[in-house]
Write a protein that binds this ligand. Structure first.
Ligand code: NAD
Length: 263
């Protein structure tokens, strides 16, 4: 408890699987938390849930934000000016569109939408976080950008726009980590394996074959849980990770290190 005491944190995609679990842990660790999401009703439910689960939480607020719109991101970050500015930015909002496919079948509009949210949204989040860190004279700050294991290993079940977007998040995060290191601003990318969250599970539905195609690659034999990502994000957000910078922080149950899974 108290690992994020006094820190002002933003969680984008805060109404979704990883975002909500992270907001709950951030609140438990003593942070002030702004949850943001494109979906207003889901955001209201998420904010209410954090308050219910962490009744003694500090500031817990919500702000509707489309991360692909710079004005929205700017307003989201400005919301923390009266709090003393941002200390931790978790750029986590992302989509994996049902029409995303291979090089031949991915519609251009799905490509553009995916890059606009998953890549440009992360850039805007990083940009306005840095501006806030500087404005408020932060000597240390942490940005965590959600990428994916598909940025590291190839998948024969293609989602080309999504995969390209997550590769961009890794590369962007690495460069930002170098550029801002002397200012004390850390940037790390989180690389989750497939999870039990709506993003993937709604898409898999009842299709057992599609599900098995993915589960077979886990040494553990199971998908990850959002809370397992959230614990990693707390570490990256806190000063415990003060010498962790520019990493592809993989939380995957060993999936990307696996050749043959146990029987
Ligand atoms: P989720 O779908 O549960 O949550 C994503 C949230 O982002 C939703 O609440 C959604 O409303 C919000 N969102 C979508 N578009 C937005 C926009 N333009 N602006 C602001 N918010 C927007 O998914 P999740 O599993 O919690 O995913 C979080 C992140 O983790 C994503 O970046 C995703 O790509 C990544 N990821 C997920 C998995 C997985 O298997 N679930 C694996 C690897 C990486």
């Amino acid at each position: 408890m108290g690992r994020l005491e006094g820190k002002n944190c933003i969680v984008t995609g805060g109404a979704g699987g990883i975002g909500l679990e992270t907001a709950i842990l951030f609140a438990r660790e003593g942070a002030n938390v702004l949850l943001s999401d494109i979906s207003g009703p889901a955001l209201d439910r998420a904010v209410a849930k954090v308050k219910e689960l962490v009744p003694d939480a500090k500031k817990i607020e919500g702000k509707i934000t489309d991360v692909s719109k710079e004005a929205d991101v700017e307003a989201m970050v400005a919301h923390l000016d009266p709090w003393g500015g941002v200390d931790v930015m978790f750029n986590n909002a992302g989509i994996m569109h049902a029409d995303d496919a291979d090089a031949i079948d991915t519609p251009e509009k799905i490509w553009d939408l995916t890059q606009a949210i998953n890549v440009k949204g992360v850039w805007f989040g990083c940009k306005h976080a840095v501006l806030s860190f500087r404005k408020h004279g932060k000597k240390r700050a942490s940005v965590i950008n959600t990428a994916s294991v598909v940025a590291l290993v190839g998948a024969a079940t293609p989602q080309l726009a999504y995969t390209a977007s997550k590769g961009a998040v890794l590369a962007m995060t690495r460069e930002l980590a170098m550029v801002h290191a002397r200012e004390g601003f850390r940037f790390n990318a989180l690389c989750p394996a497939p999870l039990n969250t709506p993003l993937l599970q709604d898409w898999l539905g009842d299709d057992q074959a599609k599900r098995h195609r993915r589960e077979i690659h886990f040494p553990t034999g199971r998908f990850g849980e959002a809370i397992e990502q959230a614990h990693a994000v707390v570490f990256l957000a806190s000063d415990e990770s003060s010498f962790v910078n520019g990493t592809d922080f993989v939380v995957d149950g060993g999936m990307t290190k696996c050749y043959v899974t146990p029987e």
